[in-house]
Design a protein around this ligand. Structure first.
Ligand SMILES: Nc1ncnc2c1ncn2[C@@H]1O[C@H](COP(=O)(O)OP(=O)(O)OP(=O)(O)O)[C@@H](O)[C@H]1O
Length: 230
């Protein structure tokens, strides 16, 4: 099993943000992590990627407890801009290729050219959509096991959204696992193999996309709106 999350809790003071989360993920799956703002998606992805610590519980990636060592198995796209204000595209490329042994510089350069992004641009001067596409390019140019994307579509138009989905599907090998957190469901649900619905820090349902559609005869988006949000 690539990823195992066991009895995971995260509390901030008296507030329980993740409440007994349990799930595992196989290789080669695209998983939608679906929940409203504040449901706990970011916190869960940060813990899996090793950037936050749980209050209790365990996370294993490739059988190893999450920590500095497991970071090489995980590529994480946070929900905010990750590049410093002064950084140019070409400087980010150098940084990534120095920092990650698994970074495919040639692939990243080709994708950036394809996206018509100038390597001499300051990243913060680009449009929000271009920055998101660039961030996804950096993510998929890593050759690793688990790709975590936190709300990659939050600030962008539908055309950019489709392009981002294409970049992900075309560049992440089929035997890798992708978890995408989102509350924009309808335009992306067709790529999900499985979905995890999270509400108030709890998993309320986890199933294959196929099962959900055939059991309930509705789209994942409709199911979420009706059955989960109620
Ligand atoms: N450092 C922190 N201190 C206190 N509370 C926090 C902290 N980080 C997150 N929270 C709270 O934890 C809850 C879950 O937040 P989280 O960001 O994980 O949710 P989310 O599902 O990703 O939502 P969003 O889509 O808005 O990012 C929220 O109520 C948030 O206010």
């Amino acid at each position: 099993m690539l990823l195992e999350v066991k009895n995971l809790y995260k509390r901030y003071g008296s507030k329980t943000v993740l409440n007994d989360i349990n799930f595992s993920a196989d290789k080669g799956k695209i998983i939608g992590l679906i929940g409203e703002n504040g449901a706990g998606k970011t916190t869960l992805l940060k813990i899996i990627s090793g950037f936050a610590r749980p209050t209790s519980g365990e996370v294993f990636i490739n059988g190893k407890e999450v920590g500095v060592e497991t970071r090489k198995y995980v590529a994480f796209l946070p929900d905010s801009i990750i590049f410093p204000k002064w950084m140019k595209v070409k400087e980010a490329l150098m940084f990534y290729s120095d920092f990650f042994n698994d970074f495919d510089l040639q692939k990243a350069e080709q994708l950036i050219k394809f996206l018509n992004i100038n390597e001499n641009s300051k990243i913060h001067d680009l449009s929000r959509g271009a920055i998101e596409k660039l961030s996804v390019t950096f993510l998929v140019s890593r050759n690793t096991n688990l790709y975590l994307l936190d709300e990659p579509f939050a600030f962008i138009d539908p055309v950019s959204r489709d392009m981002i989905i294409e970049i992900i599907l075309a560049n992440v090998a089929d035997d890798r696992t992708i978890i995408i957190s989102t509350n924009i469901i309808s335009e992306i649900e067709h790529i999900f193999d499985e979905v995890i619905f999270i509400k108030d820090g709890k998993i309320v349902l986890r199933d294959s996309a196929e099962n959900l559609r055939s059991k309930f005869g509705v789209s994942i988006n409709q199911f979420f709106k009706k059955e989960v949000l109620g």
